[in-house]
Design a protein around this ligand. Sequence first.
Ligand SMILES: Cc1cc2nc3c(=O)[nH]c(=O)nc-3n(C[C@H](O)[C@H](O)[C@H](O)COP(=O)(O)OP(=O)(O)OC[C@H]3O[C@@H](n4cnc5c(N)ncnc54)[C@H](O)[C@@H]3O)c2cc1C
Length: 312
Amino acid sequence: MKTLVVAEHVRGQLRPISLELITAAKSLGGPVELAVIGADPASFADALNVEGVDEILTVKVDRDEFESDVYQQVVEHLIAERSPRVVLLGFTVNSMGYAPALAAKLGTGFASDVFALRDEGGQLVAERSFYGAKVNGEIDFPGHERVIALVRATAWPPAEGAGSATMTDVAVETTASRTRHTNWVEVQAGDVDITTCDFLLSVGRGIGDKENLEQFEELADSMGAVISSSRPLVDAGWMPSARQVGQSGKTVKPKVYLALGISGAVQHLAGMKTSGTIIAVNTDPEAAIFNVAHYGAVADLFEVAEELEKLY
Ligand SMILES: Cc1cc2nc3c(=O)[nH]c(=O)nc-3n(C[C@H](O)[C@H](O)[C@H](O)COP(=O)(O)OP(=O)(O)OC[C@H]3O[C@@H](n4cnc5c(N)ncnc54)[C@H](O)[C@@H]3O)c2cc1C
């Protein structure tokens, strides 16, 4: 299936989803064309020239940063010019700003938050969750010759290996944008992006009290981990929202996810179940977190923390 991938970048950095989209596109059998849009799109070409990409389309626009209606016009132009069967974008705030509108305008099939895709006899089938991630379902697109799909971050591994894509500059006339990016609001000083961490120590309501948080922050520090949490701790104002893992928080995929006192509600699992190694500590042997954990201890988290403190 001919697939057009739209790369994402922010402040001069390629977003990891761009390479994950390439892996997803490759799984559909190709050819794979990749569009990169920006003031200096060629600066991303080397990083995007990985195995499996047939052609990189660089589209120069007079915007350094993402603008929803500029991207919409460019992607609409590329769809008309290139006729891809499938268009893959990240399931990100940026794409959500214009891809549904584009799908409605062009009358294409559409699916968001997709974590699996396959070509079934020439028809695209996508998988996503429904009802607050309680069930997974398959979507097909009868009657649609084209589908725009927004892909969940971390659902596919990033593409790698040197590529041999051809480079093509594509000129697209865009009308004046109705919006203009003006500035960035920095995250709270000292805060980190938990989606890029290798080792997360995640705490849940099992820690009992806000006063106990400090102990786990110190433990995370000494273990070389970054602290994250389930939602109730954020709702209670104990943790900043940037540290929340789950459906309404961040989707993370660290090498190690250590869950202390987290029950494993579907909304939490939606954000961490693809982590490399999941270790869970919970006093309840029936806790759902054990269904996704590679290692589990039915134990009091404070006792486990005490033992870990002796080691680190
Ligand atoms: C629309 C929607 C979106 C949501 N989004 C998110 C989200 O993004 N992220 C998220 O996390 N949740 C989310 N939730 C909430 C979710 O449903 C759960 O309520 C939440 O994940 C529970 O958090 P928890 O596991 O910390 O708490 P609990 O479910 O209360 O679990 C606490 C666990 O700690 C264990 N425990 C208690 N004491 C100890 C001890 N001393 N030692 C060891 N274990 C102990 C208990 O056995 C229990 O399993 C969402 C809900 C909705 C409806």
